[in-house]
Design a protein around this ligand. Sequence first.
Ligand SMILES: Cc1cc2nc3c(=O)[nH]c(=O)nc-3n(C[C@H](O)[C@H](O)[C@H](O)COP(=O)(O)OP(=O)(O)OC[C@H]3O[C@@H](n4cnc5c(N)ncnc54)[C@H](O)[C@@H]3O)c2cc1C
Length: 637
Amino acid sequence: MKLDPQIPSGPIAEKWDRHKFEMKLVNPANKRKYTVICVGTGLAGASAAASLGELGYNVLNFCIQDSPRRAHSIAAQGGINAAKNYQNDGDSVYRLFYDTVKGGDYRSREANVYRLAQLSVNIIDQCVAQGVPFAREYGGLLDNRSFGGAQVSRTFYARGQTGQQLLIGAYQSLMRQVHEKKVQLFTRREMLDLVVIDGKARGIVVRNLKTGEIERYAGDAVILATGGYGTVYYLSTNAVNSNVTASWRAHKRGALFANPCFTQIHPTCIPVSGDHQSKLTLMSESLRNDGRVWVPKKQGDARPPEQIPEDERDYYLERKYPSFGNLVPRDVASRNAKQVCDDGRGVGPSHLAVYLDFKDAIDRVGVEVIREKYGNLFQMYQKITDEDPYKVPMRIYPAIHYTMGGLWVDYNLMSTVPGLFVLGEANFSDHGANRLGASALMQGLADGYFIIPYTIGNYLASASLPKVKTDHNAFNEAADCTQKRINQLLSVKGNLGIREIHRELGRVMWDDVGMSRSEESLKRALNAIPKLREEFWQSVSVPGSPDNLNQSLEYAGRVADYLEFAELLTLDALERRESCGGHFREESQTPDGEAKRDDANFTYVAAWEFKGVGQRPEMHQESLEFEEVHPTQRSYK
Ligand SMILES: Cc1cc2nc3c(=O)[nH]c(=O)nc-3n(C[C@H](O)[C@H](O)[C@H](O)COP(=O)(O)OP(=O)(O)OC[C@H]3O[C@@H](n4cnc5c(N)ncnc54)[C@H](O)[C@@H]3O)c2cc1C
């Protein structure tokens, strides 16, 4: 299979404009003749469904929650990047593009990233027009703050609730289209299969999560905007409902899965406190604008933080990376936190934590300014830990947070299955091996508001799409397959809890495919995962019946998919014998412990083709060309 990324010709700054002009259009009167299925109502899905409805297409929009507003996007705290240069501090589209390619450790596609940076400015205008209440400065202009991996302030925010406010904006637009009857909303539906007819994506099979009914929907194209797969690690900052199911089932129907090993570990999460937890809580990266990260210089120093004098503290990020200090990218901050803890200098009861200290900032600007900027985050921290971060430093530790890998897409956001488009976190995105903070919201909204409305039109106008009905054989086969898997899950009737198995999978993934990975650990995981999968199918206990609300059944289906997908993620990590971004291979590091890329051998996207459960998938490579930003050893010193 030859992977063609469909990158338009011409200078990088002109590619998108040129492509927009060259793409075919669907005439306004014809748009109503097309039906587009959009799975997902997070920022990517809601913005896409609303925009396509506004254009005149018939849109069927699905989500697993009871309301689009409960999509995981609501959790985003810190902000969204845009190269507006309101601060006049040297930002530009080119600089955002440069920072993103460098931040991603030169493992993303330049043309896509440039387009993302260009569109970033439109997103802010769009959202302001919708009434998104971005923070403003005293003079009335939109305010910005800094995020990791950048030396300019370009992050727009709405206190610590940016995702929620952006989602309300997208939701309003979506509901307007629901009212106009251009979008039909199907909540509490889980997509369980993709229907491919004559090589094209023509529909989906879903389970109605309230009645248990297996439903079929046909369309002219399918969009997946189903989010990331961070919960393969069990504990993560993701919503517990986040899953890989839709992507994985599409992968089994022919969509290649790209760079699954590129997972992001966020440095500032509330540390794990015991076995009872089902998720972890993020403390936004925005806090690193004012908080200083440190640990005691002495190993095993058990004194409370206020009793450790200044000269016995190691502000290790400021010491090692004076140019970026506490605002180094996430991969760098996470690895350093792990290193100091491995060195016996971790703090708190588990010794797997470092301090994030606001004392200096409070002394400098006053407690009210800090409260105004981060009040809800501080409150959340206090509620969870029962410690007051205005008085004692927060304790933080890295946790799984985001997944850069996902279904492979070309420049048009189309997967290797014609007519199947993938948006937002679900695609292998523009973030290479490491996403910079505040760039996921930007990417999801660029995909939904500004890219898919053009590229899907080009597809619909060019493809031959005879009408298909849901009694087509391909629908029968997909629905049967779905029902069989459900029956199989319910028939095991073992004695092992689904959560127990998921937790064990998470342990394997975190220990052996986590913050640092070696050939030995990856081989160990590749040995453990199939055994765990076998155990699941022999001993899992899934109570209840298939024909009504059954959350255990939903959960079991997602964990079953993770038990297949985890093997692919691990294999991808094993095959990439270099360190880059969030993927740190112990065998590939510089003398001072930084990630060492191997550009000669690994400057490519690894896109995997499914060959059967337990069978070795086939890797296809898209080689990456860097004409603008020349790969160098990333340095934030
Ligand atoms: C705690 C936290 C804070 C964050 N803060 C920031 C930030 O400040 N800035 C930033 O840029 N990024 C941030 N991120 C990342 C960002 O929030 C996500 O990457 C982004 O919101 C993903 O949006 P999405 O639309 O792609 O997917 P999601 O918001 O995850 O939406 C997925 C949608 O798909 C639906 N779905 C999933 N599976 C199925 C299925 N099988 N069938 C039917 N429907 C399905 C869901 O119901 C949902 O509607 C943060 C992430 C976390 C975890």
